[in-house]
Design a protein around this ligand. Structure first.
Ligand SMILES: [Zn+2]
Length: 123
């Protein structure tokens, strides 16, 4: 059961009720029910496919390889800077989401408050 609901894309942080509504699909992360926006959809599919084919533990060039991916370059260098121009809270939202992405830790009370405030904000 998810504790929170948001229109934000859990990958890039945009408000999908404002942008990226078309082709968005539901996404869940650590008790937050949100979305993957249309723009992040193919990127996150490519990324997940890559992750399923490469194991960071026995793949020596996992990291190098990663940043060379076309889709990763596009997302990081072209797409996210646009997002951050249009949605000032998106960057912090991504940081907070990432904090619990690869660990079993939960957010602190302060971080949760911050997340909620961003999720409730309109931009
Ligand atoms: Zn997105």
């Amino acid at each position: 059961m998810e504790e929170y609901e948001t229109n934000r894309c859990l990958e890039c942080g945009i408000d999908t009720s404002v942008q990226g509504y078309v082709n968005r699909y539901p996404n869940i992360h650590n008790k937050i029910a949100g979305y993957t926006c249309g723009s992040c959809a193919s990127w996150s599919e490519a990324r997940d496919e890559y992750r399923s084919e490469h194991n960071p533990e026995d793949d020596d060039d996992w990291d190098d390889d990663w940043d060379d991916r076309e889709w990763e370059e596009w997302h990081k260098n072209e797409y996210l800077p646009e997002v951050d121009r249009d949605f000032p809270n998106a960057k912090r939202f991504r940081e907070l989401i990432q904090m619990t992405a690869w660990t079993n830790t939960d957010w602190t009370t302060e971080q949760k408050k911050e997340l909620l405030a961003i999720m409730e904000s309109k931009e």
